[in-house]
Design a binder for this molecule. Structure first.
Ligand code: AMP
Ligand code: MG
Length: 429
């Protein structure tokens, strides 16, 4: 068998998925840090440590609705022997007075209100008769109970969140409590999505013979947006030399990444390589490579313009484009956004049915995850061909069949890349 005919040898000269990820990330770094309003920071990544501007709690305050008392005044309380104290004041939350607890009295106090000076303990309503002029104390908590102390959670100047933290709802709450109106985050990556192909027309237009709806462009726009990117896009570009280059030039300003679809295989009208070559300084800045994976073997990569903006040329078959986005574009967009973890989450799952695959290339099979008694179950969705968009839309994960494996039995376990974590809600095992 000649070298070209031997699939293992052909595969050996392909780039591995990991090598291509490394190539895509070459020279890339997080976007600049800017201060954005806290309300706009959701999903962005802190670019600096953030310290608190205040103590939390900001003052000693009550954790319960009840009565502030001195322990000496309630020492005689025993089961069936309450102590009755006059109620000398009433302090709701937000009351800014500095109240002093006079010895021999109780102050009625609400949750979050400043505890009067001299308070040893707050007796919750449940352990009293809830009196308003006098109150009967039926039981006494131990010293210090139900008083939240100033600074016990966070002290002024202490780092509350470190660089690299993703701003989620809990972080927004903490940052607001700490007094921040703006936070330093890596700005959202700016992504240009372009599709190429003379057969493409946008959904909503009638299809002439030979034409198809452009599905990759809206899909890739959505995928980039789902990762928090700011996306610009343009109508599909025909397979005419120079057309893609013109579109890239037009949209390059301010872009962090360009993602294109189609035109990177060996077809006669696959003009992406020629066009990218006109946009780079050195021919080595354009890579049209084969990656040892299925789907998604042909991949384009280039760095264009003075800022050496990465261009990811994804293959045109919709499933290939989808898989390629998750394997290659996702880590780049995550890196730009300042994330520490770049790849999609991977879980272990058991196959509900056997799968087969040709050896030599790592397969990413579309599967749907469900919760089994002992963890995730992966059910293949549709057949193993990269034009099957109908099946793709019912999958939420990609089952990895390693390069040297041709068959996996039902019940065997495999690694699964979770591409749509949000879709798994309610299915957690
Ligand atoms: P290509 O990579 O240009 O050889 O395209 C591979 C296959 O993907 C062909 O069947 C194309 O018609 C199809 N294709 C290319 N671009 C798109 C797109 N934007 N939306 C849907 N299908 C596409
Ligand atoms: Mg094409």
């Amino acid at each position: 068998m000649g070298i070209e005919a031997d699939p293992a040898l052909r595969a050996a000269r392909m780039r591995s998925v990991e090598e291509h990820v490394a190539a895509v990330l070459t020279g890339a770094g997080p976007t600049p840090v800017e201060r954005v309003p806290l309300t706009d920071a959701l999903g962005l990544v802190l670019g600096q440590d953030v310290a608190s501007l205040v103590d939390l709690p900001g003052f000693d305050n009550s954790a319960m609705d009840g009565y502030a008392v001195r322990l000496a005044d309630v020492a005689a309380v025993a089961p069936g022997e309450p102590v009755v104290l006059p109620v000398s004041d009433d302090v709701p939350a937000g009351d800014g007075r500095s109240v002093v607890l006079a010895p021999g009295t109780a102050v009625r106090i609400m949750t979050g209100a400043t505890v009067p000076e001299g308070t040893d303990v707050v007796v919750p309503f449940e352990d009293t008769d809830r009196g308003t002029t006098t109150v009967a104390i039926l039981a006494v908590p131990r010293a210090g109970r139900h008083v939240r102390l100033r600074g016990e959670d966070v002290t002024t100047g202490a780092t509350v969140l470190t660089a690299g933290t993703v701003v989620g709802p809990a972080q927004v709450g903490l940052l607001a409590a700490c007094g921040h109106t703006h936070v330093p985050v890596h700005r959202a990556p700016r992504v240009v999505v372009l599709s190429t192909g003379s057969e493409l027309v946008p959904a909503g237009r009638p299809l002439a013979p030979g034409q198809i709806h452009d599905s990759n462009r809206p899909m890739l726009v959505a995928a980039a947006r789902a990762l928090g990117a700011l996306v610009t896009t343009a109508p599909a570009i025909p397979d005419v030399p120079g057309a893609l280059a013109a579109a890239v030039r037009e949209h390059l300003e301010g872009a962090d990444v360009v993602i294109t679809s189609a035109g990177v295989s060996a077809g006669v009208y696959d003009v992406v390589r020629e066009d990218l070559v006109t946009l780079v300084d050195a021919p080595a800045d354009v890579q049209l490579v084969h990656v040892a994976m299925q789907p998604g073997k042909p991949q384009g990569l280039a760095w264009v313009g003075e800022r050496r903006v990465p261009v990811l040329g994804l293959p045109g078959n919709p499933v290939s484009a989808y898989v390629s986005f998750h394997l290659f574009a996702r880590p780049l967009l995550r890196l730009l956004a300042g994330h520490v973890t770049l790849s999609a989450p991977v879980v272990g799952a058991r196959l509900t049915q056997a799968v087969s695959h040709k050896s030599g290339r790592r397969a990413y099979l579309r599967v749907r995850l469900t919760a089994g008694a002992e963890g995730w179950l992966a059910t293949p969705v549709g057949a193993n061909s990269s034009h099957l968009l109908g099946a793709l839309a019912h999958a939420d994960a990609l089952l990895v069949v390693p390069e040297d494996v041709t068959h996996l039995e039902a019940g065997s376990s495999a690694r699964v890349v979770v591409t749509e974590p949000g879709a798994l809600e309610g299915r957690v095992p």
